[in-house]
Design a protein around this ligand. Structure first.
Ligand SMILES: *Cc1c(COP(=O)(O)O)cnc(C)c1O
Length: 353
């Protein structure tokens, strides 16, 4: 086997959903964000496990993603679309029973004209200035929206992973003020907001990254493991260079393993000379540049070079690798790419509930 191996622990995923569900009161619903193919981990495998664990409300970025999710889940669960009702979405929204989160007066007009009576929610801008109706825009539509009965009123926090930032409380206040007196469930918290405490929970929390094992959910179980086969090992004498650009020169006679993963697999070139791979509990530094399909790793001093080295595993999670790459765990996951052999672990079919 020369393909890198990506193993996804679906029991850990279910445990993370239950752990985040337990972070809010029993009266608060916990949904699940599965946009971008469930953060790159495979919508078809991930979504049913979350539904089995108890999730009844799902969130995707695009109507097309919602249609794919409906095929996976079948009728029943609520599927919300963050991008709302875009021109051309009506058939997918209606055909797959999706709930667009209307982001503007223009989207509201489009929705009420194209799909009168079809469920919708509203996304409000409480200060992030990315998606959602502005307070004034919403105020002008409030009566019309209240009359139509929104399924959900939602907003998104810009700094929820930084509990001390004043912007969290400011957005909370703005969201509470905009939604006051409306008879609809509200949702402000993603993973970070869920961990900020009960004031942020309203009627529904909608974690994403924490389900997949990422920061800021510190109690998360690791969901992904990546191990990559060693293709070849060679001795490099002191003073010889390794890899494109000859950016690494052996300071002493070294044993260099060449392994089958590269930037085409999401192992970003920013990790050149800056990452660590693992032989069990032994750290092995990446030396030289990351190539499209290959890395070179200093395995000097190992008694035996294993058949494969770990990129993600018990000694290095997605956030540790992200830190080395100057990015975030979300980007590590969604960059993994199509070339991995994927294995899914599911020890406990029925879920532990
Ligand atoms: C991606 C996203 C989420 C999930 O956020 P996490 O930080 O991954 O928990 C929730 N709400 C909106 C609007 C999003 O775009």
């Amino acid at each position: 086997m020369t393909r890198p191996m990506l193993t996804i622990d679906l029991d850990a995923l279910a445990a993370n959903w239950r752990g985040l569900d337990a972070a809010s009161a029993a009266t608060v619903e916990t949904g699940a964000v599965v946009k971008a193919d469930a953060y790159g981990l495979g919508l078809e495998k991930v979504a049913p496990v979350l539904a089995d664990a108890g999730a009844r409300s799902f969130f995707v970025a695009l109507a097309e993603e919602g249609a794919a999710l409906r095929r996976v889940l079948g009728p029943g669960p609520a599927i919300h679309v963050f991008s709302g009702h875009m021109d051309g979405d009506a058939a997918a929204l209606a055909g797959s029973d999706l709930i667009p989160l209307l982001n503007s007066a223009e989207q509201a007009a489009r929705h009420f004209a194209a799909l009168p009576g079809h469920p919708f929610g509203v996304q409000l801008d409480s200060g992030m200035n990315r998606l959602g109706m502005e307070p004034g825009e919403f105020a002008a539509l409030r009566d019309r929206i209240a009359e139509a009965g929104p399924r959900l009123l939602l907003s998104h926090l810009a700094c929820a992973d930084e509990p001390d930032y004043a912007m969290n409380a400011a957005q909370l206040q703005s969201f509470a003020a905009m939604t006051q007196g409306l008879d609809a469930p509200r949702s402000l918290a993603a993973t970070g907001g869920t961990l900020l405490g009960a004031a942020y929970h309203f009627e529904l929390c909608r974690p994403g990254i924490g389900l997949y094992g990422g920061r800021p959910y510190g109690d998360a179980q690791a969901v992904v493991q990546v191990s990559v086969p060693v293709i070849q090992t060679r001795t490099v004498t002191a003073g010889e260079a390794v890899g494109y650009g000859a950016t690494w020169t052996a300071p002493r006679d070294s044993n260099i393993a060449t392994v089958a993963v590269g930037y085409a697999d999401g192992f970003t070139r920013h990790l050149s000379n800056a990452a660590t791979l693992w032989a069990g509990a032994r750290a092995c530094p990446l030396v030289g540049r990351v190539s499209m399909d290959l890395l070179t790793v200093d395995v000097t001093g190992l008694d035996r070079v294993p058949d494969s080295l770990d990129v993600l595993g018990p000694h290095q999670g997605i956030d540790a690798l992200a830190d080395a790459a100057g990015t975030i765990g979300y980007e590590i996951l969604t960059s993994l790419g199509a070339r991995y052999a994927r294995g899914y672990i599911r020890r406990n079919e029925a879920g532990a509930a």
